[in-house]
Design a protein around this ligand. Sequence first.
Ligand SMILES: [Zn+2]
Length: 421
Amino acid sequence: MRQSSLFTKTLRDSPKDEVSINARLLIRGGFISKVMAGVYECMPLGLRVLNSINAIIREEMNAIGAEELHMSVLQNKDTWMKSGRWSAAKEVMYQFQDPGGRDIGLGWTHEEPLTAVAKHFISSYKDLPKAVYQIQTKFRNEPRAKSGMLRGREFLMKDLYSFHADEEDLNRYYEIVARAYEHIFGRVGLDARRTIAAGGLFSKYSDEFQVLSEVGEDTIFYCTECRYAVNIEVVSDFGLKSVCPECSGALAQGKSIEVGNIFKLGTAFSEAFDLTYVTGNGDKRPVIMASYGIGPGRVMGAVVEMRHDEKGIMWPDSIAPYSAHLIALGKEKSTHDAAEKLYAALQKSSIEVLYDDRDATAGEKFADADLLGIPYRLVVSEKTIKNREVEVKRRNEEKLNMVKLEDIPKLLLNSRFFTYA
Ligand SMILES: [Zn+2]
């Protein structure tokens, strides 16, 4: 992609109405655009990041046998009356009457409609287990929408639902999903801790995936030696003092960003919807369920919070909008010819490259490169071309390396799947 043709441009100054780092950097870089508090539009650069996050999520979900589907955003009041959440969730659910006088809600989660539709397909123990997920826009009336992509009124959500014959099978799959979540967060470059939290409908606890960060809205107790972590909401339940119950390491307290959560729902929804199955002995039993969420937009915001410096974003290779940012300096024709040639060679090797072909100063180009945070900066100038070289710099390192022109595609291909920790 030629930077001169990009739909967006970078902004020199941070938007005045944003306090969060993630929104300030993402807006300045042209990744997102603000509509109102908690509502952002995803620009082409931002969509490239989101699509990479979603691709990783899909790979991990498909690998644990979950099937992707797509539910409706418009929700029928009658369906939500069955669980009692039409009234109970009034504060968070956008509800209105359509021009025909029908009561409609916008989906903020999908337990109700999914349980309703599962009744068509689950009736025997032979139909279980099942797991389906979607990546879809959700709506949630959020009074405190000031954390940029971390807390939105309209946001992308990956929600997975699983259906089981018994508790043992539920527990088995729940652990499989927890491991898949650890893979997902690791692959997108987040150090997320599985954290014991309140709020299971079935069991007393659920699990959250928390990333330690000063800007987080949650507080967790975590072990400084192992991965043990507990949300502060349930700390008293465990009688936690200063020592980890698993390894006796020292416990610390810290703010954190919740990037995912998994819940055992048990029979709360299947009983409300009469979703049952017949056992091998002919008994009728309610299906046991669980639900599991990750917000891809929130993940994008959390990555920016965790990986930036005063100049801009530092995307991990796995979700960067482009692998390389090619910059041509100076006005000499020979330099630009060499840059064009390298641009063509990179594209031929299927390397995603953003080519800064604009008529701008070196300072402007370097500032944009730092702001956009593409993992490799490749600079071509009269000086480098003299030796048939390119100046290569990783966004998260200070060191400059001179690499032969012909070795650049190989260098990028080799490091493509490398995520720095
Ligand atoms: Zn420990």
